[in-house]
Design a protein around this ligand. Structure first.
Ligand code: PEP
Ligand code: MG
Length: 317
């Protein structure tokens, strides 16, 4: 029985009517890859590189970063890898970078805003990544906290300069959608991005005006709130016109009911904590697209997150 269960984990998540959903893992270090693959991860949909800075206690240089990206690619043995450029600021403070204190760090210089101000952080990371990509592997880069298309245009231009300098191959460039401004501009952002990955943790906090770390409001900071789901629907719609695919790498992707709902909204890839993978795959295998689309339509019109959760009949479990 155990062997049958393990074999099933390695199988793709295909709905009852034949639609395949990519199920990937959120993994930060090469040594975590074997467990993610054993759980059924089909690749890494989010590598949070700020942890390289946090865990090392110092700023890793270009060569250190290159070695880690290469080790990730090798550990994945041909499976895809999405490396997220540094997302520092907000809840991810790095003391040794000596960044100025801010009154409201979540609304401050974080993610792409910091990268655009600090070429000393951006350039070595891009160089390390393109050097790693030059030696093969399915690698993509993703920028966090994008608010406006001009940020993506500038970051892409820097990617291209560095790629050309290194004579490296082109790699897909995507963005996190985690600021409501980005979701409502999905159509124009999709012209400049190869893919979107929706960060529902931040998207929820910014859409609902609830600090993601406030324990008092933890119950209300629910990514299944209809406001968040409507923003996700906008992303899918805007992306479609430009052949840009949409994934979700926030916590809700790892919730079986959330995964079914996201699939019904048209999300093509889900990336989550490795231990959540088997239950998500099982749920998707037991459901049909029509049923999940109908579920999504009802959720978009619900009065609140509780009403959305009440739509969960446990089908497919
Ligand atoms: C998110 O915001 O949903 C996300 C995946 O990024 P992080 O949790 O690292 O901010
Ligand atoms: Mg985030």
């Amino acid at each position: 029985k155990r062997a049958a269960e393990e074999a099933e984990r390695g199988q793709p998540a295909i709905t009852t009517d034949g639609m395949r959903i990519e199920v990937a893992a959120n993994v930060n270090r090469p040594d975590q890859v074997p467990f993610a693959v054993a759980q059924g991860g089909e690749g890494v949909g989010l590598m949070r590189t700020e942890f390289l800075f946090l865990e090392a206690g110092e700023t890793p240089d270009e060569d250190d970063q290159y070695a880690i990206y290469r080790a990730m690619i090798d550990a994945l043995e041909g499976r895809p890898l999405i490396v997220r450029a540094l997302d520092i600021g907000g809840d991810k403070q790095v003391p040794h970078l000596d960044l100025p204190e801010e009154e409201n760090p979540f609304l401050g210089v974080r993610g792409a805003r910091l990268l655009l101000r600090r070429p000393d952080l951006l350039d070595p990371q891009l160089r390390a990544l393109y050097r790693a990509a030059k030696e093969g592997g399915d690698v993509k880069i993703m920028f966090p906290m994008i608010t406006s298309a001009w940020e993506l245009i500038r970051l892409r231009a820097r990617c291209e300069e560095i790629r050309a300098e290194l004579d490296a191959p082109q790699i897909p460039v995507g963005i996190m959608i985690e600021v409501p401004a980005a979701a409502v501009q999905a159509r124009s952002l999709a012209r400049h991005a190869n893919f979107f990955s929706i960060g529902t943790n931040d998207l929820t906090q910014y859409a609902l005006a609830i600090d993601r770390q406030n324990p008092e409001l933890a119950g209300e900071a629910d990514s299944l709130h209809p406001a968040v789901l409507n923003l996700i629907a906008l992303c899918v719609e805007g992306a479609k016109e430009h052949g840009c695919w949409v994934g979700v790498c926030g916590g809700i992707a790892g919730d079986p009911f959330g995964a079914a709902l996201l699939t019904g909204l048209g999300v093509a890839e889900l990336s989550m904590t490795p231990r959540d993978i088997p239950a998500v795959k099982a749920r998707l295998r037991g459901a049909g697209m029509d049923e999940m689309k109908a579920l999504a339509a009802r959720a978009l019109a619900a009065a609140g997150a509780d009403e959305v959760r009440a739509l969960d009949t446990g089908a497919g479990e």
